[in-house]
Design a protein around this ligand. Structure first.
Ligand code: HXC
Ligand code: NAP
Length: 289
């Protein structure tokens, strides 16, 4: 059981919107931020899921949690969600762009609509919320904070999840671009988290379906030899949204147990070499035998 990082209600009086907040990592962040006193608005396409999650969190924390159904791809629905949040809470202080769509497939099997769907959710959806909330913050002179959930393959790319890799790379560019433009002019901070594997139903059903699980274990690729715990990610999200990180802007914090570096370093596979073999190699190197 991973401990929570902050204990005091550091977000009391703040309102935070979390897209895709009804399930998985979004739900974990919503739960922790609500524990820390924030008013939480969770959005996604399924009102029933949102209502269940909102009730579960509110029962646990006693703080306001509102579920508002809205498709991130629709600018009208995004505007309505923001208006409904303002009616209920009076102001908005933070945004987590967490909603995503993804699946695994050889790229040549994909239609252009498959690309459109994932890029629409991940990149255009993030742009829709960022632009609408950014305009509101600028108009109201609020120094809001934005957090984008990307992945480590936003910079390495990845076969078999190419629409997602393209979209997440776009969100990374958006993060760094807005951090500079809006940071300087308006004091709005924009950061990102790049998670490695965190088992959630949404990701695991689509990316590591039952039939594939016997073929490889994601934790074997990770130096720390385990997958992430959702509270570890929620702790990091709380920090990056809080005033404790007031000087962090345009940063991407990787939380993956070292996975992407392990697989990027040319010689990291030398972990398979035994101590005996290292002894022999050293002897050969020193004696030239
Ligand atoms: C190939 C597929 C497909 C698949 C859909 N399509 N699924 N193509 N393989 N598995 C194609 C369809 O045939 C269609 O093209 C087009 O994509 C749109 O399909 P729809 O079903 O109409 O899309 P939509 O209803 O918009 O649903 C979006 C979705 C779905 C992305 C396809 O999976 C979804 O709702 N996902 C939301 C949650 C999610 O994905 N969570 C995981 C995030 S995990 P045609 O041409 O037939 O019309 C994550 C982790 C990253 O991002 C890193 C992990 C380590
Ligand atoms: P998840 O539970 O499937 O979360 C995705 C959420 O996005 C769902 O709640 C989904 O709800 C919502 N969503 C999808 N399409 C939407 C749309 N058009 N409009 C509004 N909401 C939409 O998966 P997760 O693992 O928690 O993923 C959360 C984030 O972490 C994503 O950005 C993902 O890329 C990132 N990530 C996850 C992992 C991991 O290992 N889990 C690793 C790296 C990055 P509806 O379908 O009901 O709309």
């Amino acid at each position: 059981m991973i401990d929570t990082m902050f204990k005091d209600p550091i977000f009391k009086g703040k309102t935070i919107i979390i897209t895709g907040g009804g399930t998985g990592l979004g739900k974990s962040m919503a739960t922790y931020l609500s524990q820390l006193g924030a008013n939480i608005v969770i959005t996604s396409r399924k009102q029933k899921v949102l209502d269940e999650t909102a009730k579960e969190i509110n029962d646990a924390t006693g703080n306001l949690v509102l579920g508002i159904a809205a498709d991130v791809r629709s600018i009208d629905e995004v505007r309505s969600a923001i208006e409904a949040t303002l009616s209920a809470c009076g102001r908005i202080d933070g945004l987590i762009n967490n909603a995503a769509g993804n699946f695994v497939s050889p790229t040549e099997r994909l239609s252009h609509r498959a690309f459109e769907s994932v890029i629409g959710i991940v990149l255009q959806g993030t742009i829709n919320y960022s632009l609408e909330l950014g305009k509101y913050w600028i108009q109201e002179k609020i120094k809001g904070t934005m957090l984008n959930i990307i992945t480590t393959y936003a910079w390495t790319g990845s076969g078999y999840t190419v629409p997602s890799a393209c979209a997440k790379a776009g969100v990374l560019a958006l993060t760094r671009s807005l951090a500079v433009e809006w940071g300087r002019k308006y004091g709005i901070r924009v950061n990102a988290i790049a998670p490695g594997p965190f088992p959630t139903k949404g990701a695991w059903d689509r990316l590591f379906p039952e039939s594939m699980r016997s073929l490889f274990d994601p934790s074997e690729r990770i130096p720390l030899q385990r997958v992430g715990d959702k509270q570890e990610l929620a702790n990091l999200a709380a920090y990056l949204l809080s005033d404790y990180s007031a000087y962090i802007n345009g940063e991407v914090v990787t939380i993956d147990g070292g996975e992407w570096l392990e697989n990027g370093g040319q010689f990291n596979d030398f972990r398979h070499i035994s101590d005996d073999m290292w002894d022999q190699l050293e002897k050969m190197r020193r004696t030239g035998e």
